[in-house]
Design a protein around this ligand. Structure first.
Ligand SMILES: C=C(O[C@@H]1C=C(C(=O)O)C=C[C@H]1O)C(=O)O
Length: 180
């Protein structure tokens, strides 16, 4: 699994995030995946028999490790960094990197540190307070062979976390069939 970290971390780190509007993705075959406001995990789960999460890494990082725009989105705070691969029927579909401020891991949300291989979306989106904003997208591939990524901020009980997701080549996002 560390191959995912080596291969895909640089793609997310170097992504040029843009607004969905500027990339005109609404109405495209894949746009509805990138714009999904609710749980991506739940949506992916509907496209396979077995949906699993492989935990690649989880560690605490100092606020100095955040980029300037990450700091703007979630504050100048120490974070828990969680990296996973979301898998559908054993195929790697999404590489995800989440920054959870330690100040979010308090009260009812202290369990977010103990998720292990349970999808973060299953936990966050069962809470009625959950919402997503600041959604941005990037093509980390080429025009001919796109590899889409998105970054968005989730809120739970008014506390933020920042999720970046890279849609890998086998993900249903790129499937030619019509889907929902
Ligand atoms: C944020 C969601 O959770 C997904 C699961 C993740 C995890 O378990 O770490 C990370 C990113 C997401 O793709 C979601 O389902 O929308």
């Amino acid at each position: 699994m560390s191959k995912f970290k080596q291969l895909y971390k640089p793609l997310l780190d170097n992504a040029q995030w843009e607004t969905p509007l500027s990339l005109a993705i609404e109405g495209t075959a894949f746009g509805h995946w990138l714009l999904e406001p609710n749980s991506l995990s739940r949506r992916l789960q509907r496209h396979c028999d077995e949906f699993t999460v492989s935990l690649i890494e989880q560690k605490k990082i100092d606020s100095t490790m955040l980029s300037a725009d990450e700091r703007e989105l979630i504050g100048d705070v120490d974070c828990l960094l969680r990296k996973v691969v979301l898998m559908g029927d054993g195929q790697p579909w999404v590489f995800a990197r989440t920054l959870i401020p330690l100040s979010t891991l308090t009260g009812q949300e202290s369990d977010l540190e103990q998720l292990g291989e349970m999808p973060l979306g299953f936990r966050v989106f069962t809470d009625r307070s959950a919402r997503r904003d600041a959604l941005e997208v990037a093509n980390t591939g080429t025009q001919a062979q796109p590899l889409w990524a998105r970054r968005s901020r989730l809120w739970i009980n008014n506390k933020p976390l920042l999720v970046a997701e890279l849609f890998l080549a086998q993900a249903p996002v790129y499937s030619k069939e019509r889907q929902c």
